[in-house]
Design a protein around this ligand. Structure first.
Ligand SMILES: Cc1cc2nc3c(=O)[nH]c(=O)nc-3n(C[C@H](O)[C@H](O)[C@H](O)COP(=O)(O)O)c2cc1C
Length: 237
């Protein structure tokens, strides 16, 4: 049988086959390896402005139809100095930074209130590419949050009211009950909850990683200098 980790077992005393069981005899994860050979990232071919380089790679990720090309990992650090990560969706980007939306009272919201430094990471597996972005985070304007909130489907707008994100809840019923309550209260026009809105990370460092053969990957780091000039350096993989 071909399911990893499962084998057909027989009863030890009688030798009678009893069926498939998990034996843990899966290929070791340490043996899973891949050679990265799809593309390269060269100093001369990369763009001088990291925002433009990012835009080019994001467009390629979207046109390549990789799954969820807009998903990025967001790392924040709490007041206890412990880092934490979660996935969020990029909703906008320009020279001011990278935007996502969330609950301001969530764990990430609380951590950003105490420490605005954060990092983002895109991993486009099929393209063998990673983009890492570091910088300072601030809330987007209320008008910007309103505009995005009102562009969302109705159930997502109700969901923003229904979920006390990151809080412990006694069961799923809480969410379903809250959703029904707010749907009845707001009908088709839920306002943006005061605890929900956007953040913008203003990058001061970008890093572009392109997998290459024999683990000799390409890594270009862009660091912001004075007057908006970016220093581009190659890092050892
Ligand atoms: C693909 C994907 C996209 C997500 N997008 C968002 C998002 O845009 N905003 C958000 O608040 N949570 C999003 N989530 C849920 C978060 O990963 C996370 O569970 C939630 O924000 C709570 O995180 P926190 O407790 O660390 O604050 C997404 C999850 C996945 C898997």
């Amino acid at each position: 049988m071909n399911i990893p980790g499962y084998q057909w077992v027989t009863e030890r005393a009688t030798g009678v086959p009893v069926g498939p069981a998990y034996t843990g005899r899966m290929k070791s994860i340490a043996e899973i390896r891949k050679s990265y050979e799809r593309a390269e990232l060269d100093e001369s071919a990369s763009l001088a402005d990291p925002l433009q380089q990012f835009e080019q790679w994001l467009k390629e990720a979207i046109s390549s139809e990789v799954p969820e090309p807009n998903a990025m990992t967001l790392a924040t650090v709490g007041s206890d100095l412990r880092p934490s990560t979660r996935v969020v969706l990029i909703k906008d980007f320009d020279a001011r930074g990278i935007v996502w939306y969330t609950n301001y009272e969530s764990r990430k919201g609380r951590e950003l209130a105490g420490n605005p430094y954060a990092a983002l990471q895109f991993h486009w597996v099929e393209l063998e590419r990673v983009v890492r972005i570091e910088g300072v985070v601030e809330r987007v304007s209320a008008d910007e949050s309103d505009a995005y909130f009102h562009s969302r489907p109705l159930d997502s707008r109700i969901g923003a009211w229904a979920s006390p994100q990151s809080e412990v809840i006694p069961g799923r019923t809480v969410l379903v009950t809250n959703a029904a309550k707010y749907a009845a209260q707001f009908l088709l026009q839920p306002p943006r909850p005061p605890h929900w809105g956007g953040y913008r990370l203003k990058p001061d460092t970008w890093q572009f990683w392109q997998g290459r053969k024999s683990r000799l990957h390409d890594r270009l780091r862009y660091t912001q200098q004075d007057q908006g000039v970016w220093l581009r350096e190659r890092l050892a993989p």
